[in-house]
Design a protein around this ligand. Structure first.
Ligand code: AHG
Ligand code: MN
Ligand code: MN
Length: 329
């Protein structure tokens, strides 16, 4: 699916990759390229902090809650600072919305891009040395450059994303992103401080045998979700649930599978946030040949109403998501 003009070999550095891809677009100003570099750099810093988390005093809760009433972990707050700082230095970003900030964070009225970010995804896994991640979406602002940021710049449909990606801090650290021309994955080599292309032109198998859902909430799932789980069991599918969205998503992207976070009694709209969790992964999965839905609507078509809005999320292999959606009809 990647633009066939230049196929770059495995081992290409992220910097070289970004530069080559930018050269393919006439009139590209390089600002989006710089943004991606800024995010990749902040990812290195966060990666370093995560790697020594057990040795220094940065695990555990900080004693505050975010706007959604969730306990903030020290690394949530630290990662938020690292990414926001990296994005503010370059000047390309006019605003950031983050899981960890109640309101829009204004950066630079002369910037062209809005970033939505989950600085650290999978917070409950920080303290136990299990994979966690960062998720980001990039939008082009709609109001004129130079003017103050408006809510319309931020509350755009996922279909308007110009780039999206995630960092996975796993057994190795990876950056996976799309600019709408396929999905590419880069593995970080810490001793060299470089990301290298390791997973070119990623595509998700059309079908899979893995389902990822927190079945502890089974009794409050809607009937179609219960039916889908039954279908998985009848077909001897494997259950795999890490509890870090990025990590579950990444495994399913590589191997085939479906991730579901449905409506529950506790979270009547699901738990995951549209603007900085679902949109980015929906863009990536569609670019990789899969699907993302709320069960009733394509995620990328949702008109957002609030910064921290939640939606039910079904994402993964095309045939699996189609089957799950069919049960809602
Ligand atoms: P975050 O750590 O950014 O708040 O996100 C947590 C999310 C997601 O990563 C994960 O898949 C889900 O919460 C797990 O929720 P449950 O513990 O309810 O299964
Ligand atoms: Mn998250
Ligand atoms: Mn988070």
């Amino acid at each position: 699916m990647e633009d066939s003009r230049i196929a770059l070999p495995i081992g290409t550095t992220l910097d070289r990759y970004i530069k080559k891809k930018q050269d393919e677009f006439q009139f590209a100003t390089g600002e989006l390229s710089q943004l991606l570099r800024d995010i990749a750099l902040a990812g290195k810093v966060v990666n370093r902090e995560i790697n020594k988390a057990g040795l220094i005093n940065i695990i555990g809760a900080i004693g505050t809650q975010n706007v959604q009433g969730e306990d903030q972990q020290k690394l949530d707050v630290l990662a938020n600072i690292r990414f926001t700082r990296a994005l503010s230095k370059g000047g390309e970003a006019c605003a950031v919305i983050s899981e960890e900030d109640d309101e829009i964070v204004d950066l630079n009225n002369n910037g062209r891009y809005v970033i939505a970010i989950d600085p650290l995804d999978g917070s409950s896994n920080i303290d136990v040395n299990v994979s966690i991640g960062t998720i980001f979406s990039v939008f082009r602002r709609v109001t004129p450059v130079g003017s103050p940021i408006q809510e319309t710049d931020v509350l755009q449909k996922g279909a308007e994303q110009v780039a999206a990606g995630y960092l996975l801090y796993g057994s190795s650290t990876m950056l996976v992103y799309t600019t709408g021309h396929g999905v590419n994955g880069f593995t970080y080599e810490p001793s060299l401080g470089e990301y290298f292309l390791s997973h070119p032109d990623m595509s998700i198998p059309e079908d899979g045998k893995v389902y990822s859902i927190n079945e502890g909430s089974y009794t409050s799932f809607p009937k179609p979700v219960k039916e889908y789980i039954e279908f998985c069991k009848q077909n001897n599918f494997s259950a795999r649930y890490i509890g870090s969205l990025v990590a579950d998503f990444h495994r399913n992207l590589l191997k085939g599978g479906i991730y579901i976070y449905p409506q529950t009694a506790k979270d009547p709209n699901g738990k995951l946030r549209l603007m900085y969790e679902c949109n980015a992964l929906a863009f990536i999965i569609e670019q990789a040949g899969g699907l993302a839905s709320t069960g009733r609507q394509r995620v990328l078509d949702i008109d957002p109403k609030e910064l921290h809005e939640r939606v039910p999320f079904f994402v993964g292999s095309k045939n699996m998501v189609e089957k799950a959606i069919s049960l809602f009809k």
